[in-house]
Design a protein around this ligand. Structure first.
Ligand SMILES: C[S@@+](CC[C@H](N)C(=O)[O-])C[C@H]1O[C@@H](n2cnc3c(N)ncnc32)[C@H](O)[C@@H]1O
Ligand SMILES: *[C@@H]1O[C@H](CO)[C@@H](O)[C@H](O)[C@H]1NC(C)=O
Ligand SMILES: *[C@@H]1O[C@H](CO)[C@@H](O)[C@H](O)[C@H]1NC(C)=O
Ligand SMILES: *[C@@H]1O[C@H](CO)[C@@H](O)[C@H](O)[C@H]1NC(C)=O
Ligand code: SF4
Length: 361
């Protein structure tokens, strides 16, 4: 109490100084006044101001963060209901294509080299033409070294490859199990349609249209005991990303969430056992919860960065409103974690030796 009155007095005095003293000392004094301002916040007092200072320092350090690699979840709509999903259909919003392109251009100017289109199901909106146009724009006009898509794979048609395949570097398909029943339990099934037959068809198209084929699997309580070695070997992806099922508050856990994924969660040890069982697969890239939380720079359907550090997704303002640099300061993206994850690795077709084209049969 005493301290606050004292500081308030000093502040008043300095403000008086500024209004009467001009010339070179003015600006210096103004800085002192601003500093004093921060020392006299409302009730929480000094502790709060120390915290402010630290946050400020952290942000200043983050000013240098470049959005080298961006995951753009441009739609939340999906044709599936995977029980563990951490990016759920909370809104049906999709930006107009011209606005999305403006945002992509801003990101390119801020240093983006790699874009990953995700969702929701990215092939759903305008039957994939919206996605296709963004892919073309990123490759042809923005000349990004790497353009990729993460999809469940159920909506992809050969027509899409014919039209847009040449602009796409990598297609990552999510497949969590090679057992149809397990997929059914997880929620990755539409009636009797076989997800797995579809997977092999997409693999062929990737080969035909020279798109690198990647696989993503989320390891959870229902597929933890599976041995996928033979199936993965047969599909021969350039990379097999193996995720430990992650909980995000407000998405698949806690209040206001559309899913309750707790029953899918596995321990570190279980995850490690799964990895050990598949150690013969050279293209396997593990993504533990720890590694995932901070290493993805996520852009949502409004082009807001999402901060997943606290196990929640707190959005920034949209880059369309405040620009990339401002928005990124609040995104919680950890550049070191990204590098640890091997984030900078074979991004474009040009970097790849074309061995992946031939599948082991
Ligand atoms: C949210 S999906 C969107 C793209 C598309 N619908 C799909 O499923 O591939 C993006 C990736 O996140 C993975 N994923 C979803 N929920 C997850 C969770 N709780 N933990 C880890 N990965 C998850 C999906 O399997 C998929 O590979
Ligand atoms: C793109 O991001 C998603 C997460 O949003 C991830 O599952 C996927 O592996 C990434 N794909 C590529 C090709 O980097
Ligand atoms: C896509 O998701 C559906 C339902 O969530 C699932 O049945 C299907 O297996 C998934 N696709 C792949 C290739 O895993
Ligand atoms: C996966 O591999 C197993 C052998 O380990 C095989 O029995 C099964 O048919 C394969 N599944 C698919 C869908 O290829
Ligand atoms: S993981 Fe993908 S396919 Fe499954 S519900 Fe989420 S967005 Fe849809």
């Amino acid at each position: 109490m005493l301290l606050i009155t004292h500081l308030a007095f000093v502040k008043m005095l300095l403000k008086l100084c500024i209004s009467s003293v001009h010339g070179i000392f003015g600006s210096i004094l103004k800085k002192v006044c601003l500093w004093v301002d921060k020392q006299v916040p409302s009730r929480t007092g000094v502790i709060e101001s120390v915290k402010n200072e630290r946050n400020h320092a952290e942000r200043t350090a983050k000013d240098v963060t470049t959005p080298t690699s961006v995951n753009y979840h441009f739609t939340r709509k999906c044709n599936y209901k995977c029980g563990f999903c951490f990016h759920t259909a909370k809104t049906s919003f999709v930006l107009p294509i011209e606005e999305a392109k403006r945002g992509l251009h801003l990101l390119k100017e801020a240093g983006m080299e790699k874009i990953n289109f995700s969702g929701g199901e990215p092939f759903l909106h305008e039957r994939g033409d919206f996605l296709g146009e963004m892919v073309r724009y990123c490759k042809e006009e923005l000349q990004l070294p790497s353009v990729s898509i993460v999809s469940n794979g159920s909506m992809i048609k050969e027509r899409w490859f014919k039209k847009y395949g040449k602009y796409l570097d990598i297609l990552a398909i999510s497949c969590d199990s090679f057992d149809e029943d397990t997929n059914q339990v997880i929620g990755r099934a539409q009636g009797q349609k076989s997800h797995i037959d579809n997977l092999f068809r997409i693999r062929e198209w990737c080969q035909d249209y020279k798109v690198a084929f990647k696989l993503n699997s989320v390891i959870n309580t229902f597929n933890i005991d599976e041995d996928m070695t033979e199936n993965i070997t047969q599909l021969n992806p350039v990379r097999w990303k193996v995720f430990q099922c992650l909980l995000i508050d407000g998405e698949n856990a806690g209040e206001n969430s559309l899913r309750e994924a707790e029953r899918f969660v596995i321990s570190e040890q279980q995850f490690q056992d799964f990895l050990n069982r598949h150690s013969s697969i050279k293209c396997l890239v593990p993504e533990s919860n720890e590694k995932m939380r901070d290493s993805y720079l996520i852009l949502d359907e409004y082009m807001r960065f999402l901060d997943c550090r606290e196990g929640r997704k707190d959005p920034s303002k949209s880059i369309l409103d405040i620009g990339v640099e401002e928005a990124i300061q609040f995104s919680g993206f950890d550049e070191k974690m990204f590098l640890k994850r091997g984030g900078k690795y074979m991004w474009s077709k040009a970097d790849m030796n074309l061995e992946w084209i031939s599948r082991v049969r």
